[in-house]
Design a binder for this molecule. Structure first.
Ligand SMILES: [Ca+2]
Ligand SMILES: [Ca+2]
Length: 334
């Protein structure tokens, strides 16, 4: 086949070959069309190669896509209703839920995971929450919530992270939306507020840790404010654009799944103006605290800067979602 260009710039294709060899598209193995070549999809390419349907080189193309697109995410162990950790709230989870419903803490049937609002009873409230999530798929949610926009931030000592921009119109598909009673993948917003054991800090830590496991590194982060001597913890995310610009960061109230507004909005209530944004590194041994670095907003220059290279800590206290020993800073980065 030869391609020639004529003077008016339109393309003329001359099909002079006796036959046309169809182009191989390795994406044809993405049978569920989710933009990821899963282990099963890669395995079918391998079988096709053994069967002589595709060449070894073509199989390698599929495996390259598999390596580049498939990431193993750690399971969320407590704060979502996918009890068999297969990324779908499915019939098996339904059977598991019904085996625990109804029950009270202390009963053999009771399972903490299905007590979505942790009030120590699995009742009609948890039933409604469970059926609000039935059928949800984490990969679908992840693909809708995450964008392909990311930014590489490097500290003076070489420690680096990627932050990944979220689609602010979709982020409640992961955290749930209080105002619309719309369930997300996680159920942190249903937790009963319990002073002093489960307060803003625990809502924010559980949301950040679950987001790390479900979406990947650098997506939904922790943050805190200080107003009139009181501290408040919540979550923030970057939505793309210049990461230093306060306008490009958005605040979520994890206690309600409520979308608060932009960090750069001068009308943002003081309790939602972060003084620090927390970047997780590892679990400090013997504690439930996370070693962190920080991003620091400056409300005069209206911009962020990198915090100190010295590690600090952000406490999980009685947060529920198990904190990973080491945060994989490449997890889920495009
Ligand atoms: Ca499941
Ligand atoms: Ca309950």
């Amino acid at each position: 086949m030869s391609i020639t260009f004529v003077e008016n710039q339109t393309r003329h294709v001359d099909f002079s070959l006796s036959h046309i060899v169809p182009l191989f598209n390795p994406w044809s193995y993405d049978t569920n069309g989710d933009g990821i070549i899963s282990p099963n999809e890669a395995a079918s390419a391998l079988l096709d190669c053994y069967a002589g349907i595709i060449t070894e080189e073509q199989m390698q193309q599929v495996f390259t896509l598999h390596m580049n697109t498939y990431k193993e995410y750690p399971p969320i162990e407590v704060v979502c209703l996918d009890s068999n950790n297969n990324g779908v709230v499915d019939e098996e989870d339904e059977a598991n839920f019904l085996a625990a419903y109804p029950s009270n803490k202390g009963d053999g049937r009771y399972q903490r995971r299905f007590d979505a609002n942790i009030d120590e009873v699995i009742n009609s409230i948890d039933y409604a929450i469970f059926y609000g999530t039935l059928g949800k798929e984490l990969r679908v949610i992840r693909n809708r919530v995450k964008t392909s926009i990311y930014e590489h931030l490097v500290w003076p000592d070489g420690w680096d992270i990627y932050i990944v921009a979220l689609n602010k119109d979709r982020v409640t598909e992961f955290i749930g939306s209080f105002g619309e009673s719309k369930e997300g993948w996680i159920d942190v917003r249903h937790h009963t507020y319990s002073f002093p054991s489960y307060i803003c800090q625990q809502f924010a830590v559980d949301t950040m840790v679950a987001a790390y496991k479900g979406l990947g590194y650098g997506c939904l982060l922790g943050a805190s404010s200080v107003t009139d001597g009181y501290s408040h913890a919540f979550n923030v995310f970057w939505a793309g654009g210049d990461w230093r610009n306060l306008n490009n960061w958005w605040v979520i109230e994890p206690q309600q799944g409520t979308f608060i507004g932009s960090v750069g909005d001068s009308n943002l209530p003081g309790i939602y103006q972060p003084v620090l944004i927390y970047i997780p590194d590892f679990l400090i041994p013997g504690t439930n605290d996370i070693a962190i670095r920080t991003l620091i907003p400056n409300y005069q220059t209206r911009s962020f800067s990198l915090g100190s290279v010295f590690e600090s800590r952000w406490g999980g206290g009685q947060s529920e979602e198990p904190i990973v020993e080491v945060f994989n800073r490449a997890l889920g980065v495009v």
